[in-house]
Design a protein around this ligand. Sequence first.
Ligand SMILES: [Fe+2]
Ligand SMILES: [Fe+2]
Length: 446
Amino acid sequence: MTARQRQIVSSGSFVISRKQPLVLDAYLGSCVGVALWDPVAEVGGFQHLLLPEPIDGGTPWQPEKYAKTGLPLFIQALCNQGANKTRLKATVAGGGLIGPVSPLDLDLDIGGRTAEIVCNLLEKEKIPVIEREIGGFFGCKMSMDLSSGETGISPLLNPGDFKTSAGLLPPTPAQLQETIQKIKPIPQVVLKLLRMLHDDKDSLKDMAKQVRQDQVISARVIQLCNNVFFSLKMKADSIDRALVLLGEKQFLQLVLSATMKDVFCDETHGYSLCKGGLYTHSVGMAMACEKMAQRISRQISPSVAYTAGLLHDIGKVVLDQYVGQFRPYFYRDIFCKAQDFLSVEKAYFDTNHSEIGMSLVKDWSLPEILHDPIARHHEPELADKQPELTALVYLADLIYSRFVMGQELERMNTDGIAFSLKVLNIRQTQLPALIDEVCLPFHGIN
Ligand SMILES: [Fe+2]
Ligand SMILES: [Fe+2]
């Protein structure tokens, strides 16, 4: 495949096009990718399916994200563009059980069920599958070249990367401390926003005025607003319009997210698997945590959950500069040897992103309610003061890391599931509905 312009197909959506010099990509974990191509009409498309079928069996709000309702829509849309069903050829990938795998994963096997529905539907429609790479325990990247219909599937792990890490030196404690000091101090406006978000009494007028005066932040807020409302086809072209569309609380949340972009690193060689991946993961997690708080808990404020989601991985900002040279070994230890993420960081750096996150949080004097979610989001059972909020961030991160691949390097272990479900009063049978609900904000985030 020659170098061409590329476009990510976000989870829960599809892209259809006539022949053109463009490559469509998707990073697949539990999600399933389907590429269809009509070689005569030279029309094709790529669908990124999130879940097997709607929970209640009815007509869902976003039918395109489910295999059962989305694939027929995708095929119909292709035919509307001139493709002929009898000439279509398919490539299918994804649907993995991303390890380490717990009995709960095996029970739910969401990726496996999505892939099964896809294969059954394609068989029913008599569409041959020419390439298939489904199941397994690792994520993959699937691509489709719209100039030829050619598809490619490659593992997110590159076996060639697995050399020895001997000779690479980790940072010394003094270097790490220096990096913590050098990290941009958290902008005062962020602290003010946090106070406003966590306290209903403050007025919004001053903040909107300040945002309007800052062109960079204004542009980012409008961009984020349009991402959030991507699926609703509503567009904000000004700060005032964004405020009307979002309402006060959500507006403040997006200003907070836009402001934090400067703190997160934009480099591609550390934890990020794509440009700005660390930041994208944080904004996606903020929205997922907010959604989960709205859905399951009356005791957790959705705004606090949003902030906790946005900042949970803040410690990675410091380690990010050192992870790059070790990344292949990180991959090997975390995904092949299925070692715990924090332990792997500890082995390489003698610290981990949770500990460093706590240093930053204390330096910045962030509200105490955020301490546990930042320090314990990989081990919620150790949360001291905020077990509920920490369990929520853990569960959201676990779901996120299974369904939204390719943004940043993170592996959540499943040891905290039982504790988190208990503390949040969620039954195991409610999990699929929760995944469905929590995955909604991911639509359009990529
Ligand atoms: Fe983390
Ligand atoms: Fe995370």
